[in-house]
Design a protein around this ligand. Structure first.
Ligand code: ATP
Length: 208
């Protein structure tokens, strides 16, 4: 028998989650199932580098809404490190920390086609690809992800393997932007967010 410790597969799902919605939850579940992850970590950003000019709801609200949304799912967890770190949240910093904390884990970093197209503008994209397997999501109704974006950061054989392991997800046209807009104008957000999140938003007038 091999003495190699079993490597745990941990999924990293970063976002602003302002608020978390059913599109995020479906995506996280597909990520977990298709890559057979032991855990998906939701990591809310303090400040996303590409959303510098936008202010987000208070971190305590965003955290509480994630907690309510993932409660009862033992495969989902919230990781508040980016909020605690403060400032602009860079993925490479988060992955570096996780790699040290979880030396026997394989990290999978979830990325949509839109983010992939911008990867070259991220901080240290090559290091990101070395620290984690980048899992690309192909969304129904959207153009296929351009995997050549990874060509300058990853060896060709890894890109081929990625092409064969694209995550599939049906198109769910829900966005946090739309939910905020609806909440502000008093429109229904029922069934776009979990019921507990809807109640939380209303009781705490998170978006008013
Ligand atoms: P906003 O509308 O405020 O920009 P968002 O709904 O896109 O927010 P984020 O928190 O920025 O939510 O998203 C985190 C990740 O989830 C991103 O990679 C984004 O592409 C993905 N995502 C968000 N909504 C969906 C959805 N409906 N289907 C699939 N992926 C989604």
């Amino acid at each position: 028998m091999s003495d190699e410790p079993l490597r745990q597969r941990v999924g990293i799902f970063g976002g602003t989650f302002d608020p978390i919605h059913l599109g995020h939850l479906m995506l996280a579940e597909q990520f977990r199932e298709q890559l057979q992850l032991a855990e998906v970590r939701f990591i809310p950003a303090a400040k996303a580098p590409h959303k510098q000019d936008q202010s987000a709801a208070d971190a305590k609200h965003r955290v509480e809404m994630i907690r309510l949304a993932i409660g009862g799912n033992s495969n989902f967890a919230i990781d508040e490190r980016e909020l605690k770190r403060g400032g602009t949240s860079y993925t490479v910093d988060t992955l570096r920390e996780l790699k040290i904390e979880l030396p026997t884990a394989d990290l999978f970093f979830l990325m949509g086609a839109d983010s992939l197209a911008e990867l070259h503008t991220w901080r240290e994209p090559q290091t990101i690809c070395q620290l984690a397997f980048v899992a690309i999501i192909a969304r129904g109704g959207q153009p296929p992800p351009d995997l050549q974006q990874l060509a300058r950061f990853q060896p060709a054989d890894q890109i081929e393997s990625l092409a064969n392991h694209l995550l599939q997800m049906p198109q769910v046209e829900i966005s946090s932007t739309d939910i905020r807009r609806r909440a502000v104008s008093g429109q229904s957000i029922r069934y776009m967010v979990p019921a507990a999140v809807e109640t939380y938003i209303r009781h705490n007038t998170v978006y008013s």
